[in-house]
Design a protein around this ligand. Sequence first.
Ligand code: C5P
Length: 241
Amino acid sequence: MTIMPENAAEKLLFALDVDALAKATPFIEALSPYVGCFKIGLELMNAVGTPQAVQHVLRHGGQVFADCKLNDIPNTVRGASRVISAMGVKYFNVHASSGIEAIKAAAEEKGSAKLLVVTVLTSLDDTASQGIFGKTARDKVLDFANEAIEGGADGLICSSQELELLGPIPEFKNLLKVTPGIRPTWAQSDDQKRTMTPKEAIQAGATHLVIGRPISNPPRGIGSPIDAAKAILEEISSCQL
Ligand code: C5P
């Protein structure tokens, strides 16, 4: 089964890693037809304010993934989730390490948004994961995936390396699996270390890809950000599932 072009765009989440609304505008206006969402993160949220950032994307025709990474006691996560989901975002997220009660609180307040659970940050190696969680990253991701389901979340943020671990487990079949660290063969790796191409990640089970610099700053041979997004959509559409 191949992926239809309109479904391919839904799977592409563009990382809007900028620190000012004026820098965001050209990307939103150019890329809205080609991406499912604009992921706004801690940089833009703290630079201009989360409501302002969300409204800016919505006003310019985009949809929003609020990469707010909530990590607090359940009551505070509940309140923040209520406020963020009411802004009209499509996705927002909570750290699994906040605990199952915080995930449940976020899920109860998610409204029409989809709740994603951040598992083990890909910047943590096994030594760091052992130190923080007492388990390797792979083992802890499985624990967090179970908690995401029990807590009523819609999906996970995970590295492409974990997709093959999660894929065969029937309980995780319906979870969204949102994966950063994606690099088309034509892009430079930047500071991403363990990358997969869009095609590899989709075939390994990713439902959505977070991609920033290969689109915002593509190599000259690819062309503009629109050309880069189109090339990635073609690659996604070429996947056989
Ligand atoms: O530019 P690039 O494609 O590397 O952007 C990836 C986006 O995904 C960035 O916003 C980055 O912060 C985010 N991210 C990541 N790795 C994680 C979690 C989030 O690259 N483990």
